[in-house]
Ligand binder design. Structure first.
Ligand code: IPE
Length: 260
């Protein structure tokens, strides 16, 4: 089983509110269909979630009553994005079922308190493709906060032992420096968790309430500690996703698991 996360910056235009990249999603979904592997799909919120969550300061927790509407509006937006992703999966013949975090997970000061992963397993065992996404959730300490798709990746990897986790991002993988600013940046094809220690991610240039690239690195290190390999690849080149799922070599970064 593979867990795949479609990054919000791949499936939406992150600088323009509620802008869905239909063709990119359709192409990624076709790659998954063609590879015909057991998968769980997670997607980020992109411009359907980060901008409004930032506006209402939701990730800091419950501080004022107007945030309740902000929470609901954010929830509505990510649910809309989820419907668009589901439509694409269904249109391509994938039996996808949505499992929204706001009703299957509770956090405590951003850390997982209660997570119903069994439901993912039950759906998988029946042949469905579970789909979940970055969402607003209840938080015991803060009232509410935000659960990123990256945290879901870690929680599902911990509990369901996938063959690999795959982050579909808007770059070819991790680079020695920011490829958008430095033309000498080189792709890191393979690294261990420890080699990621000195790696400082480039600053995200758009609203990102859940930790951006640096947060992703921390999550990937924890997945490596579980002994699971993580692959980062460019979602704008859907043949790369197909190749990874099909066991072929392609341009990407692999963070090898196995070391504590
Ligand atoms: C963020 O999820 C969820 C909300 C802002 C509600 P992610 O952190 O997984 O989203 P992306 O991939 O960065 O867009």
């Amino acid at each position: 089983m593979y867990i795949i996360k479609f990054g919000g910056s791949v499936i939406t235009n992150k600088t323009k509110e509620n802008c869905f990249k239909q063709e990119v999603v359709d192409d990624l979904v076709k790659a998954i269909k063609k590879a015909n592997k057991e998968t769980i799909i997670i997607h980020g919120a992109g411009s359907f979630g980060h901008i409004i969550a930032d506006k209402y300061n939701l990730n800091k927790g419950h501080k004022s009553s107007d945030q309740l509407l902000g929470f609901s509006l954010t929830h509505g937006m990510v649910q809309k994005l989820n419907s668009l992703v589901l439509d694409s999966l269904h249109n391509n013949g994938i039996p996808a079922v949505s499992i929204p975090p706001h009703s299957s997970l509770i956090l405590n000061n951003h850390n997982p308190l209660k997570f119903d992963y069994i439901i993912f397993k039950e759906y998988l065992d029946m042949g469905f493709t579970p789909v979940t996404f970055g969402d607003v959730v209840l938080d015991k300490k803060l009232g509410f906060s935000i659960c990123s798709g990256d945290l879901l990746m870690l929680l599902l990897a911990e509990n369901l032992e996938p063959e690999k986790t795959i982050f579909v991002i808007d770059e070819d993988g991790f680079f020695t420096s920011n490829p958008k600013e430095d033309k000498n940046a080189e792709l890191i094809e393979s690294a261990t968790k420890d080699q990621l220690n000195g790696y400082v991610a480039s600053k995200d240039r758009h609203a990102d309430v859940t930790g951006g690239m640096q947060g992703k690195i921390e999550t990937i290190k924890k997945i490596a500690e579980l002994g699971i390999d993580t692959i980062l690849l460019n979602g704008n080149k859907p043949d790369r996703l197909f190749k990874v799922l099909n066991g072929e070599k392609t341009k990407s970064t692999i963070i090898t698991g196995g070391q504590k």
